[in-house]
Design a protein around this ligand. Structure first.
Ligand code: PAZ
Length: 378
Protein backbone atom coordinates (compact mmCIF):
# COMPACT_ATOMS: atom_id res chain seq x y z
CA UNK A 1 0.00 0.00 0.00
CA UNK A 2 1.24 3.54 -0.80
CA UNK A 3 1.99 5.84 2.14
CA UNK A 4 -0.67 8.31 3.22
CA UNK A 5 -0.18 11.98 3.99
CA UNK A 6 -2.73 12.66 6.75
CA UNK A 7 -1.06 16.01 7.44
CA UNK A 8 -3.04 17.31 4.44
CA UNK A 9 -6.17 17.27 6.64
CA UNK A 10 -6.82 20.82 7.84
CA UNK A 11 -7.24 21.39 11.61
CA UNK A 12 -10.90 21.30 12.69
CA UNK A 13 -11.20 25.05 13.50
CA UNK A 14 -10.21 25.77 9.88
CA UNK A 15 -12.68 23.15 8.72
CA UNK A 16 -15.48 25.01 10.56
CA UNK A 17 -14.47 28.34 9.04
CA UNK A 18 -14.55 26.73 5.60
CA UNK A 19 -18.02 25.34 6.42
CA UNK A 20 -19.36 28.71 7.58
CA UNK A 21 -17.90 30.43 4.58
CA UNK A 22 -19.23 27.92 2.06
CA UNK A 23 -22.77 27.79 3.46
CA UNK A 24 -23.14 31.53 3.83
CA UNK A 25 -21.69 32.31 0.39
CA UNK A 26 -23.73 29.70 -1.49
CA UNK A 27 -27.49 30.22 -1.14
CA UNK A 28 -29.68 27.29 -0.06
CA UNK A 29 -32.15 25.72 -2.51
CA UNK A 30 -35.56 27.37 -2.44
CA UNK A 31 -37.32 24.23 -1.16
CA UNK A 32 -34.88 23.55 1.69
CA UNK A 33 -37.31 24.52 4.47
CA UNK A 34 -40.07 22.36 2.97
CA UNK A 35 -37.66 19.42 2.57
CA UNK A 36 -36.39 19.78 6.12
CA UNK A 37 -39.94 19.71 7.48
CA UNK A 38 -40.76 16.55 5.49
CA UNK A 39 -37.47 14.89 6.46
CA UNK A 40 -37.92 15.74 10.15
CA UNK A 41 -41.38 14.19 10.30
CA UNK A 42 -40.17 11.08 8.46
CA UNK A 43 -37.03 10.62 10.57
CA UNK A 44 -38.75 11.30 13.91
CA UNK A 45 -41.50 8.76 13.23
CA UNK A 46 -38.97 6.02 12.41
CA UNK A 47 -36.72 6.98 15.33
CA UNK A 48 -39.75 6.65 17.65
CA UNK A 49 -40.41 3.17 16.21
CA UNK A 50 -36.76 2.18 16.86
CA UNK A 51 -36.38 1.36 13.17
CA UNK A 52 -33.20 1.56 11.12
CA UNK A 53 -33.23 4.41 8.60
CA UNK A 54 -30.85 4.99 5.72
CA UNK A 55 -30.18 8.25 3.93
CA UNK A 56 -29.26 7.25 0.36
CA UNK A 57 -27.74 9.97 -1.82
CA UNK A 58 -27.95 9.34 -5.54
CA UNK A 59 -27.16 10.81 -8.95
CA UNK A 60 -24.86 13.60 -10.09
CA UNK A 61 -24.66 17.21 -8.97
CA UNK A 62 -24.59 20.09 -11.45
CA UNK A 63 -22.08 22.94 -11.43
CA UNK A 64 -23.89 26.06 -12.69
CA UNK A 65 -21.89 28.53 -14.81
CA UNK A 66 -24.46 31.31 -14.46
CA UNK A 67 -26.68 32.41 -11.54
CA UNK A 68 -29.71 32.41 -13.84
CA UNK A 69 -28.53 29.04 -15.06
CA UNK A 70 -28.62 28.25 -18.75
CA UNK A 71 -25.40 26.24 -18.78
CA UNK A 72 -23.92 23.88 -16.25
CA UNK A 73 -21.30 21.17 -15.95
CA UNK A 74 -22.64 17.72 -15.13
CA UNK A 75 -21.38 14.16 -14.71
CA UNK A 76 -22.32 10.71 -15.96
CA UNK A 77 -24.30 9.38 -12.99
CA UNK A 78 -27.85 8.24 -13.77
CA UNK A 79 -28.55 7.25 -10.16
CA UNK A 80 -28.65 3.50 -10.83
CA UNK A 81 -26.60 2.62 -7.74
CA UNK A 82 -28.68 4.79 -5.43
CA UNK A 83 -32.13 3.84 -6.76
CA UNK A 84 -31.32 0.13 -6.86
CA UNK A 85 -29.75 0.20 -3.38
CA UNK A 86 -32.85 1.96 -2.01
CA UNK A 87 -35.03 -0.96 -3.12
CA UNK A 88 -32.78 -3.52 -1.40
CA UNK A 89 -32.65 -1.43 1.78
CA UNK A 90 -36.45 -1.38 1.84
CA UNK A 91 -36.45 -5.14 1.37
CA UNK A 92 -34.10 -5.38 4.38
CA UNK A 93 -36.61 -3.44 6.52
CA UNK A 94 -34.92 -0.01 6.47
CA UNK A 95 -36.87 3.22 6.10
CA UNK A 96 -35.26 5.05 3.16
CA UNK A 97 -34.76 8.77 2.74
CA UNK A 98 -33.78 9.06 -0.90
CA UNK A 99 -31.92 12.30 -1.63
CA UNK A 100 -31.51 12.28 -5.37
CA UNK A 101 -30.70 14.39 -8.36
CA UNK A 102 -33.93 15.64 -9.87
CA UNK A 103 -35.03 13.46 -12.85
CA UNK A 104 -32.44 10.77 -12.13
CA UNK A 105 -33.54 7.17 -11.56
CA UNK A 106 -35.98 6.52 -8.70
CA UNK A 107 -36.57 3.30 -6.76
CA UNK A 108 -39.22 1.14 -8.50
CA UNK A 109 -40.00 3.52 -11.37
CA UNK A 110 -36.39 2.93 -12.53
CA UNK A 111 -37.63 -0.33 -14.06
CA UNK A 112 -39.68 1.69 -16.55
CA UNK A 113 -37.94 5.06 -16.94
CA UNK A 114 -34.67 5.85 -18.75
CA UNK A 115 -35.10 2.44 -20.45
CA UNK A 116 -34.43 2.15 -24.16
CA UNK A 117 -38.18 1.66 -24.48
CA UNK A 118 -40.61 4.46 -23.79
CA UNK A 119 -42.82 3.67 -20.77
CA UNK A 120 -45.84 3.81 -23.10
CA UNK A 121 -44.40 0.68 -24.76
CA UNK A 122 -45.30 -1.21 -21.58
CA UNK A 123 -48.99 -0.28 -21.90
CA UNK A 124 -51.94 -1.13 -24.13
CA UNK A 125 -55.60 -0.21 -24.39
CA UNK A 126 -57.84 -2.31 -22.15
CA UNK A 127 -61.62 -2.78 -22.10
CA UNK A 128 -63.96 0.25 -21.91
CA UNK A 129 -61.31 2.86 -22.65
CA UNK A 130 -59.00 1.72 -19.82
CA UNK A 131 -55.20 1.45 -20.03
CA UNK A 132 -53.51 -1.77 -18.84
CA UNK A 133 -50.02 -3.29 -18.83
CA UNK A 134 -49.10 -5.41 -21.86
CA UNK A 135 -49.57 -9.11 -21.09
CA UNK A 136 -45.82 -9.87 -21.29
CA UNK A 137 -44.98 -7.03 -18.83
CA UNK A 138 -47.92 -7.37 -16.44
CA UNK A 139 -46.47 -9.92 -13.97
CA UNK A 140 -43.23 -7.99 -13.33
CA UNK A 141 -45.07 -4.64 -13.25
CA UNK A 142 -47.52 -5.97 -10.66
CA UNK A 143 -44.63 -7.14 -8.43
CA UNK A 144 -42.88 -3.77 -8.72
CA UNK A 145 -46.14 -1.86 -8.20
CA UNK A 146 -46.96 -3.84 -5.03
CA UNK A 147 -43.52 -3.21 -3.54
CA UNK A 148 -43.76 0.48 -4.39
CA UNK A 149 -47.27 0.83 -2.94
CA UNK A 150 -46.25 -1.00 0.22
CA UNK A 151 -43.24 1.31 0.72
CA UNK A 152 -45.37 4.41 0.19
CA UNK A 153 -48.42 3.24 2.16
CA UNK A 154 -46.26 2.29 5.15
CA UNK A 155 -44.38 5.58 4.94
CA UNK A 156 -41.05 3.76 4.42
CA UNK A 157 -39.82 5.86 1.49
CA UNK A 158 -39.35 9.60 1.24
CA UNK A 159 -37.75 11.04 -1.92
CA UNK A 160 -36.29 14.54 -1.98
CA UNK A 161 -34.59 16.09 -5.03
CA UNK A 162 -31.55 18.33 -5.50
CA UNK A 163 -29.97 19.77 -8.64
CA UNK A 164 -26.73 21.66 -8.07
CA UNK A 165 -23.71 20.92 -5.90
CA UNK A 166 -24.68 23.64 -3.43
CA UNK A 167 -28.29 22.36 -3.24
CA UNK A 168 -26.89 18.91 -2.48
CA UNK A 169 -24.56 20.11 0.28
CA UNK A 170 -27.25 22.24 1.94
CA UNK A 171 -29.72 19.32 1.85
CA UNK A 172 -27.14 16.81 3.08
CA UNK A 173 -26.09 18.98 6.02
CA UNK A 174 -29.65 19.75 7.10
CA UNK A 175 -30.89 16.16 6.81
CA UNK A 176 -27.80 14.62 8.44
CA UNK A 177 -28.30 16.91 11.44
CA UNK A 178 -31.90 15.71 11.78
CA UNK A 179 -30.74 12.09 12.08
CA UNK A 180 -29.49 12.47 15.67
CA UNK A 181 -32.60 10.90 17.29
CA UNK A 182 -31.89 7.70 15.36
CA UNK A 183 -28.59 7.23 17.19
CA UNK A 184 -26.64 4.31 15.68
CA UNK A 185 -29.77 3.12 13.83
CA UNK A 186 -29.06 5.90 11.32
CA UNK A 187 -27.05 4.98 8.24
CA UNK A 188 -25.70 7.40 5.64
CA UNK A 189 -25.03 5.74 2.29
CA UNK A 190 -23.43 8.35 0.08
CA UNK A 191 -23.63 7.06 -3.49
CA UNK A 192 -24.16 10.42 -5.25
CA UNK A 193 -21.48 11.47 -7.73
CA UNK A 194 -20.56 14.80 -6.17
CA UNK A 195 -18.66 17.45 -8.16
CA UNK A 196 -15.13 18.16 -6.98
CA UNK A 197 -15.01 21.63 -8.59
CA UNK A 198 -17.41 24.56 -8.80
CA UNK A 199 -17.70 28.24 -9.73
CA UNK A 200 -17.93 30.33 -6.52
CA UNK A 201 -20.83 32.82 -6.56
CA UNK A 202 -18.56 35.89 -6.54
CA UNK A 203 -17.13 34.77 -9.89
CA UNK A 204 -20.40 33.64 -11.42
CA UNK A 205 -22.11 35.62 -14.14
CA UNK A 206 -25.67 36.70 -13.25
CA UNK A 207 -26.94 36.29 -16.81
CA UNK A 208 -26.34 33.93 -19.71
CA UNK A 209 -22.69 34.14 -20.77
CA UNK A 210 -22.50 35.81 -24.19
CA UNK A 211 -20.70 34.19 -27.09
CA UNK A 212 -20.45 37.34 -29.27
CA UNK A 213 -19.76 41.04 -28.61
CA UNK A 214 -23.18 42.01 -30.03
CA UNK A 215 -24.33 43.55 -26.74
CA UNK A 216 -21.08 45.41 -25.96
CA UNK A 217 -22.46 48.75 -27.29
CA UNK A 218 -25.37 48.43 -24.83
CA UNK A 219 -22.84 48.11 -22.01
CA UNK A 220 -20.56 50.95 -23.21
CA UNK A 221 -17.74 48.58 -24.01
CA UNK A 222 -15.54 49.06 -27.08
CA UNK A 223 -16.18 46.25 -29.54
CA UNK A 224 -13.23 45.53 -31.85
CA UNK A 225 -13.62 47.61 -35.00
CA UNK A 226 -14.97 45.44 -37.82
CA UNK A 227 -11.79 45.24 -39.88
CA UNK A 228 -9.29 45.15 -37.09
CA UNK A 229 -7.84 41.65 -36.59
CA UNK A 230 -8.49 40.09 -33.20
CA UNK A 231 -5.48 39.56 -30.95
CA UNK A 232 -4.62 35.88 -31.10
CA UNK A 233 -3.45 33.68 -28.33
CA UNK A 234 -0.48 31.54 -29.11
CA UNK A 235 -0.08 29.67 -25.89
CA UNK A 236 -1.81 26.55 -27.06
CA UNK A 237 -2.38 24.47 -30.13
CA UNK A 238 -5.46 26.27 -31.41
CA UNK A 239 -4.34 29.86 -31.99
CA UNK A 240 -7.02 30.16 -34.68
CA UNK A 241 -9.57 30.80 -31.91
CA UNK A 242 -9.22 34.30 -30.47
CA UNK A 243 -9.24 34.49 -26.69
CA UNK A 244 -12.22 36.86 -26.77
CA UNK A 245 -14.31 34.08 -28.28
CA UNK A 246 -13.33 31.36 -25.86
CA UNK A 247 -15.07 30.43 -22.69
CA UNK A 248 -12.33 29.89 -20.13
CA UNK A 249 -13.85 28.26 -17.05
CA UNK A 250 -11.98 28.72 -13.82
CA UNK A 251 -13.18 26.35 -11.09
CA UNK A 252 -12.43 26.21 -7.36
CA UNK A 253 -12.29 22.95 -5.43
CA UNK A 254 -15.49 22.08 -3.56
CA UNK A 255 -14.60 21.95 0.16
CA UNK A 256 -14.50 18.37 1.47
CA UNK A 257 -17.24 18.14 4.08
CA UNK A 258 -17.01 14.45 4.96
CA UNK A 259 -15.05 15.28 8.11
CA UNK A 260 -17.76 17.77 9.16
CA UNK A 261 -20.38 15.10 8.50
CA UNK A 262 -18.55 12.52 10.62
CA UNK A 263 -17.65 14.84 13.48
CA UNK A 264 -20.44 17.38 13.55
CA UNK A 265 -23.50 16.79 11.40
CA UNK A 266 -24.13 13.13 12.13
CA UNK A 267 -21.67 11.85 14.72
CA UNK A 268 -23.82 8.90 15.84
CA UNK A 269 -24.84 7.29 12.58
CA UNK A 270 -22.79 4.85 10.51
CA UNK A 271 -21.31 6.55 7.45
CA UNK A 272 -20.63 4.77 4.19
CA UNK A 273 -19.08 6.68 1.30
CA UNK A 274 -18.35 5.57 -2.25
CA UNK A 275 -15.13 6.15 -4.12
CA UNK A 276 -15.20 6.14 -7.90
CA UNK A 277 -12.04 5.85 -9.99
CA UNK A 278 -11.19 4.92 -13.55
CA UNK A 279 -7.61 3.76 -12.93
CA UNK A 280 -7.61 0.29 -11.33
CA UNK A 281 -4.13 0.76 -9.88
CA UNK A 282 -5.21 3.56 -7.52
CA UNK A 283 -8.72 2.48 -6.45
CA UNK A 284 -7.94 0.70 -3.19
CA UNK A 285 -5.32 3.25 -2.17
CA UNK A 286 -7.77 6.12 -2.71
CA UNK A 287 -10.51 4.30 -0.78
CA UNK A 288 -8.16 3.62 2.16
CA UNK A 289 -6.88 7.21 2.00
CA UNK A 290 -10.44 8.53 2.27
CA UNK A 291 -11.15 6.25 5.24
CA UNK A 292 -7.97 7.35 7.05
CA UNK A 293 -8.60 10.98 6.32
CA UNK A 294 -12.25 11.21 7.35
CA UNK A 295 -12.34 8.42 9.95
CA UNK A 296 -15.75 7.11 8.95
CA UNK A 297 -16.89 3.50 8.82
CA UNK A 298 -16.79 2.11 5.29
CA UNK A 299 -15.66 3.15 1.83
CA UNK A 300 -17.05 1.22 -1.11
CA UNK A 301 -14.66 1.51 -4.03
CA UNK A 302 -15.75 1.02 -7.61
CA UNK A 303 -14.41 1.53 -11.11
CA UNK A 304 -16.44 3.28 -13.78
CA UNK A 305 -16.12 0.41 -16.26
CA UNK A 306 -16.86 -2.46 -13.86
CA UNK A 307 -19.10 -0.87 -11.22
CA UNK A 308 -22.05 -3.13 -11.95
CA UNK A 309 -19.86 -6.24 -11.59
CA UNK A 310 -17.62 -5.66 -8.59
CA UNK A 311 -16.97 -3.29 -5.70
CA UNK A 312 -14.44 -3.37 -2.87
CA UNK A 313 -15.33 -2.77 0.79
CA UNK A 314 -12.59 -0.93 2.66
CA UNK A 315 -13.19 -0.58 6.39
CA UNK A 316 -11.03 0.05 9.48
CA UNK A 317 -9.09 -2.95 10.75
CA UNK A 318 -10.45 -5.26 8.03
CA UNK A 319 -8.97 -6.84 4.92
CA UNK A 320 -10.26 -5.37 1.67
CA UNK A 321 -13.38 -7.32 0.73
CA UNK A 322 -14.23 -7.66 -2.96
CA UNK A 323 -17.90 -8.25 -3.68
CA UNK A 324 -18.64 -9.64 -7.13
CA UNK A 325 -21.54 -10.69 -9.23
CA UNK A 326 -20.83 -14.34 -10.12
CA UNK A 327 -19.07 -14.61 -13.48
CA UNK A 328 -16.18 -16.74 -14.66
CA UNK A 329 -12.94 -14.79 -14.37
CA UNK A 330 -9.97 -15.41 -16.64
CA UNK A 331 -7.26 -17.84 -15.50
CA UNK A 332 -4.54 -16.23 -13.38
CA UNK A 333 -6.75 -13.41 -12.03
CA UNK A 334 -6.37 -12.65 -8.33
CA UNK A 335 -9.31 -12.41 -5.91
CA UNK A 336 -7.98 -9.21 -4.35
CA UNK A 337 -7.40 -7.29 -7.59
CA UNK A 338 -9.81 -5.49 -9.90
CA UNK A 339 -11.14 -7.54 -12.78
CA UNK A 340 -9.99 -6.74 -16.31
CA UNK A 341 -13.08 -5.10 -17.91
CA UNK A 342 -12.23 -6.87 -21.18
CA UNK A 343 -12.88 -10.22 -19.48
CA UNK A 344 -16.47 -9.32 -18.50
CA UNK A 345 -19.36 -10.97 -20.33
CA UNK A 346 -21.36 -8.79 -22.75
CA UNK A 347 -24.47 -6.99 -21.52
CA UNK A 348 -25.94 -6.52 -18.07
CA UNK A 349 -24.82 -8.68 -15.09
CA UNK A 350 -27.05 -11.69 -14.27
CA UNK A 351 -27.93 -10.20 -10.86
CA UNK A 352 -27.89 -6.64 -9.57
CA UNK A 353 -24.73 -6.15 -7.51
CA UNK A 354 -26.73 -4.08 -5.01
CA UNK A 355 -28.50 -7.33 -4.02
CA UNK A 356 -25.07 -8.38 -2.66
CA UNK A 357 -23.88 -4.98 -1.42
CA UNK A 358 -26.89 -4.20 0.80
CA UNK A 359 -26.87 -7.41 2.90
CA UNK A 360 -23.13 -6.88 3.47
CA UNK A 361 -23.70 -3.26 4.55
CA UNK A 362 -26.62 -4.35 6.72
CA UNK A 363 -24.38 -6.85 8.52
CA UNK A 364 -21.71 -4.21 9.19
CA UNK A 365 -24.40 -1.79 10.36
CA UNK A 366 -25.69 -4.46 12.78
CA UNK A 367 -22.19 -4.83 14.24
CA UNK A 368 -21.85 -1.06 14.45
CA UNK A 369 -25.15 -0.77 16.37
CA UNK A 370 -24.07 -3.50 18.81
CA UNK A 371 -20.68 -1.84 19.39
CA UNK A 372 -22.22 1.60 19.95
CA UNK A 373 -24.78 0.16 22.37
CA UNK A 374 -22.06 -1.66 24.31
CA UNK A 375 -19.93 1.50 24.40
CA UNK A 376 -22.70 3.87 25.49
CA UNK A 377 -24.74 1.41 27.55
CA UNK A 378 -27.94 2.62 25.72
O1 PAZ B 1 -25.28 6.44 -10.74
P1 PAZ B 1 -24.51 5.27 -11.28
O2 PAZ B 1 -25.10 3.98 -10.81
O3 PAZ B 1 -24.34 5.34 -12.74
O4 PAZ B 1 -23.03 5.37 -10.67
C1 PAZ B 1 -22.81 5.10 -9.31
C2 PAZ B 1 -21.54 5.78 -8.82
C3 PAZ B 1 -20.35 5.28 -9.60
C4 PAZ B 1 -21.66 7.29 -8.98
C5 PAZ B 1 -21.37 5.44 -7.31
O5 PAZ B 1 -21.22 4.05 -7.16
C6 PAZ B 1 -20.16 6.15 -6.72
O6 PAZ B 1 -19.06 5.69 -6.77
N1 PAZ B 1 -20.40 7.34 -6.12
C7 PAZ B 1 -19.35 8.18 -5.56
C8 PAZ B 1 -18.60 8.88 -6.65
C9 PAZ B 1 -17.44 9.69 -6.09
O7 PAZ B 1 -17.71 10.85 -5.74
O8 PAZ B 1 -16.30 9.19 -6.01
Amino acid sequence: MLPHTPSETPPSNLVDLAEDHYFSANPPPKDLKKHVALAKEFIDSHAAAGRRLVLVTSGGTTVPLEKQTVRFIDNFSAGTRGATSAEYFLEAGYAVLFLHRQFSLLPFSRHYSHATDCFLDFLREGPNGSVVARDEDAAKMLTVLRKYREAKDKNMLLSLPFVSISDYLHELRSIARLMKPLGPNGLLYLAAAVSDFFVPPDRMSEHKIQSTNAVDPLRNKNPSPANEPETFDNFDSSPAVPRSKRLVVDLDPVPKFLKNLVEGWSPEGMIVSFKLETDPTILVHKARYSLDRYQHHLVIGNLLSTRKWEVVFVSPGMEDNWIRVPFSRGAGTKENEPVDPKSLPEGEPPVEIESLIIPAVEELHGKYIDERRRATGK
